[in-house]
Design a protein around this ligand. Structure first.
Ligand SMILES: Nc1ncnc2c1ncn2[C@@H]1O[C@H](COP(=O)(O)OP(=O)(O)O)[C@@H](O)[C@H]1O
Ligand SMILES: [Mg+2]
Length: 361
């Protein structure tokens, strides 16, 4: 798929600006603070419905203004789509797809699929499990609507269970929590099965890239760390239900749910070594890079379309070999890349120069 055009109005440091993109590689050049990350953020918001860098959505409205707009024209295999996001100080966020307003984020997510890669993602490997779960959830939610639905439902049920333990005494909690736990176990089983399959498939692709970049014999292995044992759906479901019940006392004492899919992780090893803990910075960066490249291919294999690759300021963080590998792997994928200076040896690309929120070339 392809982002054809983005028009921004009062978004961050943009007043009114339209930017047209081409197939293949689009390079956004500009000095620091010119608005490169802001542009990437706007595309992410049109894809996911929220910002990759802030929870405070009003922050994205240009200072001194009340409303911001992102208009995005998307070309997919069979048709074009118009995505409009309006951010208002008084009314919050409104999303509109092809002229119809959208009340749930689930209707937006997956329409424009993006793989987002910034220096923050380069740290994904060594960060806390939460960062790796965020990656799993974002990637899977774009590819699979049922996954997104299950995850949303799970988060709601988890909040209900946590709320219950704070509002009643232990005896009541331990006798009524099953109402939430039964449903949590159901949706968790779907989440576990999907995550397991994703990590397995992603691992195979990442391993190929890794051997290519790091050298023959340099494997990478992704290992899912599920919250319970079990192969088939029913075993997983039953095990989760049992675990939740077993943890009543501990959870009540601590005031939150200590077991479940919201605590899962996956391990990344090379030659049997846990890269999360023992990888060098170089190894961790390579791992993050190959996982992101694998994400593009995974999405393509599952959906038959290439996602749009957003690379914010990552070239300067990678050495030449890895930069070349990254740019080679983007062939056939619309890529929007930002940098302060582009010196790569690439035959053809669309160069866009930004200065202070304005396209100057
Ligand atoms: N809501 C806002 N209103 C006006 N300017 C903003 C807003 N949010 C951020 N900016 C400005 O945007 C600039 C940073 O843009 P950014 O896209 O992060 O730069 P870079 O090109 O280095 O990636 C800063 O000058 C900052 O002050
Ligand atoms: Mg930036």
């Amino acid at each position: 798929m392809k982002v054809e055009k983005v028009a921004l109005e009062n978004f961050r440091n943009y007043t009114s600006q339209e930017i047209t993109f081409r197939d293949g590689l689009n390079v956004i050049c500009g000095l620091n603070a010119s608005g490169k990350t802001n542009l990437m953020e706007s595309i992410f918001v049109a894809a996911i419905g929220r910002s990759p860098r802030t929870k405070n959505e009003k922050e994205m409205i240009r200072m001194g203004e009340d409303r911001a707009f992102i208009h995005l024209l998307l070309e997919k295999k069979f048709r074009e789509h118009k995505i409009n996001v309006e951010l208002s100080k008084s009314e919050g966020k409104k999303i509109n797809i092809d002229g119809a307003s959208v009340s749930r984020l689930g209707e937006l997510i997956g329409l424009l699929a993006v793989v987002y890669f910034s220096p923050d993602e380069l740290k994904m490997i060594k960060e806390a499990p939460q960062e790796r779960r965020r990656f799993l959830d974002l990637s899977l939610s774009q590819e699979s609507k049922p996954y997104y639905v299950a995850l949303t439902k799970y988060n709601h049920l988890l909040a209900q269970r946590n709320k219950l333990m704070k509002s009643v005494d232990y005896a009541e909690f331990s006798t009524t929590a099953f109402i939430w736990e039964k449903q949590m176990a159901e949706v968790s089983a779907d989440i576990v099965i999907k995550r397991r399959e994703f990590i397995r498939k992603l691992g195979v692709i990442a391993d190929e890239y890794h051997r290519r970049i790091a050298g023959e014999g340099e494997d990478i292995t992704l290992i899912y760390e599920p919250c319970v044992e079990g192969e088939d759906r029913e075993t997983i479901r039953a095990n989760i239900e049992e675990k939740l019940e077993e943890s009543h006392e501990k959870d009540y004492e601590l005031g939150y749910t200590t077991v479940g899919v919201h605590r899962e992780d996956f391990n990344i090893t090379s030659k049997g070594i846990d890269l999360r803990k023992f990888g060098s910075q170089g190894q961790q960066r390579t791992a993050a890079l190959v996982i992101k490249l694998a994400e593009i291919e995974y999405y393509y294999k599952e959906s038959g379309e290439k996602p749009v690759l957003l690379l914010d300021d990552v070239l300067s963080e990678l050495d030449e070999k890895r930069r070349t590998a990254l740019l080679e792997a983007t062939a056939g994928t619309q890529t929007i890349l930002t940098c302060t200076e582009f010196t790569e040896n690439v035959a053809e690309y669309n160069k866009i120069v930004i200065s202070k929120g304005t396209v100057v070339k």
